[in-house]
Design a protein around this ligand. Structure first.
Ligand code: 8YV
Length: 334
């Protein structure tokens, strides 16, 4: 914690909503990124040498090498985003740099997008939406054309029953899906009751029994390729996989292989292992209408981006006033 006599120098790596930047200008000595180009690691390093506070996003890889060269003033990394897997938090904490994130404010939007992907894949929404603009609706309606799969009555397996997993469960329940989940810890009985949720201690057993799998856990060393080739093979051939968390939680190559072979029926992915690069195999599957691919849009609403900015400001302000910021990442969370 710190209390500076001068205004802290805050470097923000990407353009943020206008109202957020305007408030930051009032409170801090601020360096913004007007053209919004992602920063190179050289530019990041220069920023980290000078800044009191860095405000990065998911597009900034802040590894131990960069952290080792951070200047003595850098005391806080106030991440604009919930996931902090792009930051070597352990290395930051070791250097006495506090790391904060923006939990809670993107929960509902991300759950909405997860539901949208489930529906899009099951009911072939994106495939269908291309037909009229491409002037391809030539034969008109037919009883056996563009058939998808009903979601009501199916089993949804949620991997990671945190805030977003639970928000998804609430929505999915209303759509008539039965809720199954795997989590490091079982959620309180009251939440299970409210969601009619069935806990599976064994992820393998759950995967073999559900129709739709949704990844909603953070990416940590423990969840890297949690959906490995072996586990993906446990899925039923009619199963659909949805991921709005982090690409690294699924072995993407294995997923593409199983989709190509028809051993899994479809996938809806908002996140990828090597963003912004996406496996050409997945792109080909998307063109063939087997998968729906979105460019990391889970929390992309005006409202959530403003709320995320507000959280960043609160974290910086609290820290600079000498208090513990509300959204600190603690070693136990890694
Ligand atoms: C954000 C996300 O857009 O918050 C997260 O973890 O994945 C996204 O919804 C992104 O991280 C902003 O940095």
């Amino acid at each position: 914690m710190s209390s500076l006599k001068r205004k802290p120098l805050v470097v923000v790596t990407r353009r943020l909503p206008e109202v957020v930047e305007a408030r930051m200008r009032e409170l801090f000595e601020i360096r913004l990124n007007a053209d919004d180009a992602p920063m190179s690691s050289e530019a990041l390093m220069a920023a980290m040498r000078e800044a009191d506070v860095l405000v990065p996003t998911v597009t900034d890889e802040i590894d131990s090498g960069l952290l080792a060269q951070a200047g003595p003033n850098l005391r806080l990394i106030a991440n604009f985003g919930n996931g902090v897997d792009h930051i070597d938090v352990a290395a930051a904490l070791e250097r006495g740099i506090t790391v904060t994130n923006t939990p809670g404010v993107l929960t509902e939007d991300t759950a909405d997008m997860t539901m949208a992907l489930i529906l899009a894949v099951a009911r072939r929404v994106t495939e269908g939406a291309r037909i009229i603009p491409e002037d391809a609706w030539t034969t008109g309606w037919s009883p056996t054309w563009m058939l998808g799969r009903r979601i009501t009555g199916k089993r949804l397996g949620i991997v990671g029953m945190g805030r977003i997993g639970q928000a998804l469960a609430r929505r999915a329940k209303a759509f008539g899906l039965s809720i199954h989940y795997h989590n490091r810890r079982r959620v309180p009985a009251q939440i299970e009751r409210d969601l009619d949720a069935t806990y599976w201690e064994s992820l393998d057993q759950m995967l073999a029994r559900v129709d739709i799998v949704s990844v909603n856990c953070p990416h940590t060393p423990a969840t890297y390729h949690l959906l490995s080739a072996r586990r993906l093979k446990l899925l039923k051939p009619e199963a659909v996989v949805v991921n709005t968390a982090r690409g690294e939680v699924i072995d993407e190559t294995a997923l593409a292989r199983l989709l190509e072979a028809g051993d899994i029926s479809g996938a809806g992915l908002d996140v990828f292992e090597q963003e912004p690069a996406v496996s050409p195999r997945l792109v080909k599957l998307a063109r063939a209408g087997k998968v729906v691919l979105l460019p990391h849009m889970g929390s992309a609403t005006h409202e959530s981006r403003v709320d995320m900015g507000e959280k960043v400001i609160i974290n910086i302000k609290t820290f600079m006033d000498g208090h513990r910021p509300p959204d600190r990442i603690l070693p136990t969370m890694l």
